[in-house]
Design a binder for this molecule. Structure first.
Ligand code: BGP
Length: 477
């Protein structure tokens, strides 16, 4: 089979600042929500503590010390042949508390140097503005994105970044996995940008929709500002995507699958079309949810639609309809079930390569925009041998099977795909659990869940495999 990946296809890898940089107080950096999170386990999300407590271990404080070692790491990415590198800008390096009026020069300088280093190796930086690293001060002082003021704080941050890096960065994303907050059952979920602690007895759902609205407005306004600074910028959204299949051919399950997908992914409709779909408006009406939604917001959403859709893909789910659920309201704590056709990772993430082709087709059919797979990968325990090698054939199998489906989507289905950046191209701190030993990388980092290790880097077998894939532009998988 011949490949149809374009010559400029963006092969690369993805990370987020807070998960690898460490140096949490260097160069005047402030405290982010990730800095006050402890370590969880495969079955338990990490906890957020009330500030930085003396006897807790905070894995993000050191990360993998990328802040001081980025030159060596980028050289390894270049050796693999990366065309791009997706990372985020830690908001707290630029505005340590989030509400200052003047940015922190030392923080800005760090990303100048980082992006220059990438460009030196012909690696195009792909930048997420907000990747689960809200300044903690914005949480304690303002209640996170419950508060409309956060829109302006975000815009100040976004504008400073757009202006400073306008000649170095072309590809941007506003909020990482913006739709994750739709799970409001956790008191505080580590996988969000909203910085919201839910209290007993409050209407969590209404608060979530309000915060999500402010983020969508902030995103749209940022797109408009970015385009006015450099009309050539490509600015995308970023959606956490898992197809929700009907468990079987019972018609009610098929409808449930459809209604759940609508509800989980309406964020993408707003980013792409610039308005809310009717089903959400009807849902708010039925639930008595009143949103602070001004005519200025309405205008902003229309004026700030995105250029492309970035998305993460790790797994799929199966879904059932329960008889009592007369409105087909999606509730992920009740409706998701195991799919007997697929296996799961040690963290319970269900492995489904065909679901990636499904996802690429779904986005294309719904939105007809260029797509960018900005996260995909297999979190697993690795063993480093005495000679420094790591035989991660399970990771190669995962990535290979997903690349095969990605290729079919491009070649047979005609999906327009800009690039592919597997998650955690170098081992880093897990966002969900804070573990170091949930590893995704092509590069092994010597560090364990308690923070012990030399931080030495070693190439895994997957490093050489991915190098060949890129060299052949996906011809050989
Ligand atoms: C996504 C996040 C990433 C990343 C990844 C893997 O949801 O955007 O930040 O961490 O998931 O998740 P985890 O680190 O929990 O294995």
């Amino acid at each position: 089979m011949t490949t149809s990946f374009p010559k400029d296809f963006l092969w690369g890898g993805a990370v987020a600042a807070h998960q690898l940089e460490g140096a949490w107080q260097a160069g005047g950096k402030g405290v982010s929500v990730a800095d006050v999170m402890t370590v969880g386990s495969p079955t338990k999300y990490r906890a957020i503590t009330d500030g930085v407590l003396p006897n807790e271990y905070y894995p993000n404080h050191e990360g993998i010390d990328f802040y001081h070692r980025y030159k060596g790491d980028i050289a390894l990415f270049a050796e693999m042949g990366f065309k791009c590198f997706r990372t985020s800008i830690a908001w707290t390096r630029i505005f340590p508390n989030g509400d200052e009026t003047e940015p922190n020069e030392a923080g800005l300088k760090f990303y100048d140097d980082l992006f220059d280093e990438c460009l030196k190796h012909n690696i195009e930086p792909v930048v997420t503005l907000s990747h689960f690293e809200l300044p903690y001060h914005l949480v304690t002082e303002y209640g996170g994105f419950r508060n409309r003021k956060l829109i302006d704080f975000f815009l100040r941050f976004a504008e400073v970044c757009f202006r400073r890096y306008k000649d170095k960065v072309n590809y941007w994303m506003t909020f990482n996995e913006i739709n994750n907050q739709a799970n409001f059952h956790e008191d505080f979920a580590p996988f969000t940008n909203s910085g919201i602690f839910y209290q007993e007895g409050e209407d969590r759902e209404a608060i979530m929709y309000q915060a999500a609205h402010y983020e969508l407005v902030a995103s749209a306004k940022a797109v408009k500002i970015g385009k006015s600074i450099n009309p050539d910028f490509q600015i995308g959204c970023m959606i956490a995507f898992s197809p929700l299949y009907a468990l079987n051919d019972k018609p009610e399950n098929a409808l449930m699958s459809l209604k759940s997908m609508e509800k989980r992914y309406y964020f993408c409709d707003v980013h792409v079309h610039g308005f809310y779909p009717n089903h959400i408006l009807k849902y708010w009406e039925r639930k008595g949810i009143k949103i602070d939604f001004t005519s200025e917001d309405e205008k902003a959403l229309k004026e700030g639609t995105v250029d492309y859709i970035g998305f993460s893909y790790y797994m799929s789910h199966a879904i059932v309809h329960h008889e009592k659920n007369v409105h087909y309201d999606y509730d992920e704590t009740k409706d998701l079930v195991r799919n007997e056709f697929i296996k799961a990772s040690d963290w319970g993430w269900q492995i489904d390569p065909v679901g990636l082709r499904y996802s690429l087709n779904w986005f294309t059919d719904m939105y007809h925009l260029p797509l960018f797979i900005v996260e995909n990968g297999f979190g697993a325990y690795d063993k480093k041998e005495a000679d420094g090698s790591v035989h991660d054939d399970y990771r190669i199998d995962y990535l290979k099977s997903h690349l095969e489906q990605m290729k079919l989507a491009v070649i047979e289905d005609g999906v327009y795909l800009m690039g592919y950046t597997p998650w955690g191209c170098i081992d880093l701190v897990s966002a969900g659990t804070g573990e170091m030993e949930k590893r995704y990388g092509f590069i092994y980092v010597d560090k364990d869940n308690k923070g012990n290790g030399t931080l030495e880097r070693s190439k895994k077998d997957s490093f050489y495999w991915y190098q060949e894939v890129i060299k052949a532009n996906g011809e050989k998988i």
